[in-house]
Design a protein around this ligand. Structure first.
Ligand code: MG
Ligand code: ZN
Length: 222
């Protein structure tokens, strides 16, 4: 089959402008230094629209709030629905509306960190906009990454989007209660993920109920 690909040096996506990526990288390093100086562990959460990112953060906040002082940054294109949900779970929350932008970047995180009282927290969750493609190109300055991969996304996500998973530390294989309905076995994703990167930690989750959340927390060292 004939496959059309961009030639080397041909840039189709303005987001992949090298200068922009370099500037983002520099700001991400500054963010990490700032977080380190306040002894804050930052974890970003990436996943497709509807994969269960907010539900995961809500469950992690409920599970960890007696042990950590938690804040969350909720990236969303337009609404505060996610931010309200996370706030109700017991974390301080700041909303980042990206408008038409389909990802968070280090500059937005820098602005948000400037608004938080960093001496009051020691754990920060950063929920990215629902999208697994371009957020992978924009490090934010976090220490660890969770990718939420839901069974409802179809069987080929890992094979089609390896770059979305390769920089992650933990993959929450979510909506495991829908295994029968989707015809996808969580173990199949697990196998693909470990072939991609043997050190990836995985947890089977149902973020609606909290199933598997303890395992996610443990995989993050929390
Ligand atoms: Mg969300
Ligand atoms: Zn984007």
């Amino acid at each position: 089959m004939k496959i059309i690909r961009p030639d080397k040096g041909e840039v189709f996506d303005i987001e992949l402008d090298e200068d922009l990526l370099r500037r983002n990288q520099k700001l991400a390093e500054e963010n990490k230094k700032l977080l380190d100086s306040h002894k804050i562990l930052a974890i970003d959460i990436m996943g497709s629209v509807g994969s269960g990112k907010t539900s995961l953060v809500v469950q992690l906040v409920k599970y960890l709030k007696s042990k950590y002082r938690i804040a969350a940054l909720a990236g969303d294109t337009a609404t505060t629905i996610d931010a309200e949900r996370i706030k109700s779970a017991g974390a301080e929350v700041m909303e980042i509306n990206t408008g038409k932008e389909c990802h968070l970047d280090a500059n937005l995180i820098k602005k948000a960190l400037g608004e938080l009282n960093l001496d009051k927290i020691n754990l920060l969750f950063i929920e990215n906009v629902g999208n697994i493609i371009c957020p992978a190109d924009f490090p934010l300055g976090s220490h660890k990454r969770i990718v939420v991969l839901s069974l409802t996304e179809g069987p080929y996500v890992v094979l089609k989007h390896p770059f979305s998973f390769i920089d992650a530390d933990v993959i929450a294989i979510n909506k495991v209660d829908l295994s029968q309905a989707t015809g996808i076995a969580p173990a199949e994703f697990e196998k693909q993920l470990h072939e991609l990167k043997p050190s990836l930690k995985t947890a089977h989750t149902n973020c609606a109920t909290g199933e598997g959340i303890a395992k996610v927390a443990k995989a993050l060292g929390l």
